[in-house]
Design a protein around this ligand. Structure first.
Ligand SMILES: [Zn+2]
Length: 383
């Protein structure tokens, strides 16, 4: 049985609608209360606007941590999910898979957290695996829109005032960390840090990131901090100045549809040790593979669909590889949060209120965000 929205909510919200999304009887079937309802922000149907709504969080188990959420990032995946661009999804949906807050209560088996501690949650809340939780072959429980093995319904994400999460999936936020800047590290930070660790991006290596958005700008900052010589491929000429300010040595403005999409083709042949693509949509990688050096690698962390333009010859020539990487495990997620706090690596954010979420989605789609929106959920509680 799902736990979601009260039917009074439906009656109020849909009193003036001509289309029927759900009837009162549909709504009453999914209503189940476990104490006080939690205020959340989500969509009632695919591609719908973000509404304020009430959800029920599941009961706390002995190894669970309850968190009052303070800041939640807006990830491009939230938009793909709401829009139905990654296939059919369950609704209502409360997105949000990068957030921090203050621990309000802990179960008796919890050892790492106490009430009052700051804590963060990323893209996963349960898994069959330990260490590389994201590669659970039974299906990782993601932070929202997943069947919840610990609760009566589905998972609902961090666009909400509170949540209950298994301790093993909660990250400690170090003392002194900038809370508002921390949420993006729990998705874009770990997604770009993990392949750099796995394939050992080192000082002096030539690194390039393709796409300078939420993931890409975090990748750039992480690579520069490791001492890599970083190049940025971006389709937005007006981001070049920012890229240089973040430490890029070169910026290439490219257009995927152009016949010669990379104007500096000759100079960049056999140049890079590590190409990291953060582009969330399918694009042609043919221009990029010949830019890799011998034995070096192209890693996709963005596009979920077909990767076009992979030439067999471009791979066997210079023994190049193409690979993918999915977020990162919980130990590594803790590591990237600690590392960024200790080294003052901060994503660049724009703070918004919950009533600006719809607008923020449109701006992400227009590539008009520098570089991650973070929702200030406490502002709503005070206001
Ligand atoms: Zn994300």
């Amino acid at each position: 049985m799902d736990t979601v929205v009260t039917d009074t909510f439906f009656l109020e919200k849909f009193a003036d609608r001509t289309e029927t999304v759900w009837t009162r009887s549909d709504a009453s079937q999914i209503v189940e209360h476990h104490g006080a309802p939690t205020r959340a922000y989500g969509a009632l149907y695919s591609n719908g606007p973000i509404h304020s709504m009430n959800i029920d969080r599941r009961a706390r188990l002995p190894d669970d941590v309850a968190i009052d959420i303070l800041y939640c990032g807006v990830c491009h995946s939230d938009i793909h999910m709401i829009r139905g661009e990654w296939g059919e999804q369950p609704f209502p949906m409360v997105p949000g898979h990068e957030f921090v807050g203050r621990v309000s209560a802990v179960g008796q088996a919890v050892t790492r957290f106490s009430p009052g501690d700051f804590a963060g949650v990323g893209c996963m809340v349960d898994s069959c695996k330990a260490g590389l939780e994201q590669y659970c072959t039974k299906g990782t429980t993601v932070t929202y829109a997943s069947p919840d093995p610990r609760g009566p319904g589905r998972t609902y994400g961090g666009y909400a005032e509170r949540i209950v999460v298994r301790e093993r999936f909660v990250v400690k936020i170090p003392d002194g960390a900038d809370l508002a800047f921390t949420p993006p590290l729990l998705c874009s930070g770990i997604t770009t840090f993990s392949p750099m660790q796995h394939w050992r991006l080192g000082s002096g290596q030539r690194f390039a990131v393709i796409g300078l958005g939420g993931l890409g700008h975090t990748a750039l900052k992480l690579a520069v901090h490791r001492g890599a010589k970083a190049t940025v491929f971006t389709t937005s000429a007006d981001k070049a100045k920012d890229a240089y300010a973040m430490g890029a040595k070169d910026v290439v403005v490219w257009q995927p549809a152009a016949t010669d999409p990379i104007p500096l083709a000759e100079q960049m042949a056999n140049r890079f040790n590590f190409l990291l693509s953060t582009i969330p949509l399918p694009f042609d990688v043919a221009p990029f593979l010949p830019r890799l050096r011998q034995d070096d690698i192209f890693v996709n962390v963005g596009a979920p669909g077909v990767i076009a333009g992979v030439s067999g010859g471009a791979l066997w020539n210079q023994r190049r590889s193409i690979a993918g990487s999915c977020i990162g495990g919980m130990p590594e997620t803790q590591e990237v949060v600690d590392y960024c706090s200790a080294n003052a690596i901060r994503p660049q954010i724009e703070l918004i209120r919950p009533d600006q979420i719809d607008e923020s989605y449109l701006r992400v789609e227009r590539k008009d965000v520098r570089y991650r929106f973070v929702i200030d959920l406490a502002s709503d509680r005070i206001g």
